[in-house]
Design a protein around this ligand. Sequence first.
Ligand code: NAD
Ligand code: TYD
Length: 352
Amino acid sequence: MNILVTGGAGFIGGNFIRWMRQNAPEHRLVNVDALTYAGNLESLSDIAEDEYYHFIRADIRDRLKMDEVFRTHDITHVVNFAAESHVDRSIVDPEIFLSTNIIGTQSLLDTAKANWKLAPDDKYSREYRGNVKFLQVSTDEVYGALGKEGMFTETTPLSPNSPYSAAKAGADLVCRAYHETFGLPLNITRCSNNYGPYQFPEKLIPLMIHNCIQEKPLPVYGDGMQIRDWLHVFDHCSAIYTVLSRGEPGEIYNIGGNNERANIDIVRFIILTLGKTEQLITYVKDRPGHDRRYAIDNTKITTKLGWRPAYTFERGLMGTIEWYRANSAWMERVLSGEYTDYYERMYAPSFS
Ligand code: NAD
Ligand code: TYD
């Protein structure tokens, strides 16, 4: 495969590139990333010179550039990670989420269709080159929130609550339409919350680890009893490769490892592991529209494709805490002026 990985300088995309080089080294990888605040090439510096890896700085909404990338690198597969990904930012500035997540995805779908279709000018033709696929990396957040009971399956109706999840749901629907109308071979994966190395410290786990190491307040939204279903990023990577290789075209696959945890329990686990005090916990005003609970039913991917997660949550989180402790230099460099401004804007009123 010649795989276009979009958003490969971000958290999951970067881990996917490294995972692929270690576990499926026969495939060529082209990383297209606009290097927004969330993109950090330093996370991939160890493979920058790898001959099976190539980086291009570009915006997925730039259609001419995407077409050039497809032609130059004979792209056969796309894994679309590129997105604006943080719910809190989407509450402050929704528009970029719709633009990147929906229009950006459509730009890639059009490019894939034009390059892979055997008769690109025939609107009735549904014939494509052999061995091509578009994989849209989506999220469980498109399903909305759960109460105390139940789990998301692939047929749960879409009911997104934040501008972020609405934009991801919009992209999913555009992907579905390109499969139904044009026959484009594609899959959509919907994964639960990821954790692991190289995650930008605006998200719960790296933010709490960083603040805890620094003995700064740990800002817990609302009562801290919101539940997320956590998956180690390496398990997400192996699931994506499974779907890319063996997923049935047109199918959606939920990805999750049955690790439901309340936010406050994760914060306590981090405090305990780092040997700090619970007095650092600071309850702050809740996020507007905050989803109470997510839980993934992974029956389809485990039974139909035989995928299994490898990490238990406690082992994965211990390793992650250790990684951030050992990579404080990476963290310090990521915490640029932009991040500091963001943190001040988002959290300062809570602590004053
Ligand atoms: P991230 O914010 O860490 O990385 C996103 C990357 O996309 C960055 O490198 C950024 O520079 C790049 N990007 C943004 N806009 C771009 C554009 N217009 N053109 C090209 N590149 C652009 O995000 P992440 O946490 O790695 O998430 C990756 C994908 O996985 C997203 O689509 C997200 O919705 C999905 N997802 C994330 C999680 C999670 O827990 N983080 C869970 C499920 C699904
Ligand atoms: P986050 O990592 O932003 O992921 P998502 O909103 O996509 O699930 O948040 C995970 C949970 O942690 C969510 O319930 C919000 C909560 N949270 C806090 O309590 N404090 C924080 O500072 C952050 C960033 C998140």
